[in-house]
Design a protein around this ligand. Structure first.
Ligand code: ADP
Length: 334
């Protein structure tokens, strides 16, 4: 049993180290220690008061600003034909698409992990929508389709789309439609993060991207969530109520993971560790912002915009409020 060898060694060494010690404890003693009210109170303190917000009012205002409304897809009526545009954003980790009517209203959308086969994922989702129209005795007519993202060319070829467009332009186009006064877009996705600077007319002026490593991206946060055995949803929220300002000094995912493991071993509160991770991602993003020469007003796009703790940490780091559309995950596809 190599996995328990070291614990075995710890037990064996006690014999020599405490040979003259006569007191013996039963397992119950250790369990009682864990139930100790003082120790519990200390552990509980971490969940008590949010440092991020000076008042409940401020906390509520933040939640309202970043609330994610439920989107209800259009319900087709019997006998009608809906003409729609299809936009597909094939990212490195997720596939998303939108269907838009001729007046640019959102009819339907899709967002899911690639699972190694983005074409099949998208095809299945499109067929499901097609079936829904057919069942309602309606017809869905795709006028034109466009693609963007990592799989821009793959999808364009596979679905014989009319156009394909680079990701930065797609994001800028969505910003222009949904958030008029945005001058910067922070796009943090699964494996890359970008800062795009816009011209007054909404076109792309320039942009910078992270280097080829997961630091500062959604993948970094996903791996940490796995290490801490929590879901992404939990990870997104717990950082909001930190107590101790922990700094994770490693940007590298592998080293950061061992830092997290050692913080867990030091019994640090989960909220505080997650806040430390959020600070690491915010620092990385802030350095991209600096390179592109950032000022206000920032719009945030990409899946990581769903992470409320990170959004708040970024707002603090950049000293501004981030504008996040309710369609932040779909911006490229839009
Ligand atoms: P891609 O780079 O493939 O386009 P996305 O922009 O969809 O990826 O971003 C994917 C990342 O978004 C994931 O790695 C994850 O960290 C984050 N993410 C997605 N959904 C959520 C969510 N509900 N809460 C927190 N983070 C999320």
């Amino acid at each position: 049993h190599p996995e328990i060898m070291i614990a075995y060694g710890a037990a064996l060494s006690l014999d020599g180290m405490f040979a003259g010690n006569s007191s013996w404890y039963m397992p119950k003693h250790y369990l009682d220690l864990l139930e100790n009210p003082e120790l519990r109170a200390h552990l509980q303190a971490s969940a008590d008061g949010p440092l991020f917000f000076e008042s409940e009012e401020e906390h509520r205002a933040f939640n309202e600003r970043h609330q994610l409304p439920e989107f209800t897809p259009y319900v087709p009526q019997k006998g009608e034909t809906i003409h729609a545009y299809l936009g597909i954003d094939s990212g490195s980790t997720t596939t998303k698409f939108v269907l838009m009517d001729e007046d640019e209203n959102l009819l339907d959308s899709f967002y899911a992990p690639n699972e190694g086969d983005p074409l099949t994922i998208a095809k299945t989702a499109l067929l499901t929508i097609h079936d829904r129209y057919e069942k309602a005795d309606a017809k869905l007519d795709i006028i034109a389709a466009g693609t963007t993202g990592y799989g821009e060319l793959l999808f364009s070829k596979a679905f014989s789309t009319e156009c394909h467009v680079v990701e930065t332009v797609a994001h800028a186009r969505a910003a222009d439609k949904y958030i008029k006064d945005a001058t910067f877009i922070l796009d943090i996705g699964g494996q890359d993060s970008k800062v795009i600077r816009l011209n007054d007319d909404g076109s792309v002026k320039n942009f910078v991207m992270n280097d080829k490593c997961a630091a500062g991206t959604g993948r970094f946060l996903e791996m940490m969530a796995k290490t801490m055995e929590m879901s992404l949803d939990e990870l997104s929220k717990v950082g909001l109520s930190y107590q101790e300002d922990i700094t994770i000094s490693s940007m590298c995912t592998v080293f950061a993971e061992s830092e997290v493991v050692s913080l867990i071993a030091q019994n640090k509160a989960t909220d505080d560790i997650v806040h430390g991770l959020n600070k690491a991602v915010a620092a990385k993003t802030a350095s991209l912002v600096k390179r592109v020469g950032g000022e206000e007003a920032y719009m945030m796009t990409g899946g990581v915009a769903q992470n409320q703790g990170l959004v708040r940490t970024l707002e603090e780091r950049l000293g501004t409020k981030l504008v996040i559309s309710d369609k932040s995950q779909l911006c490229g596809a839009l």
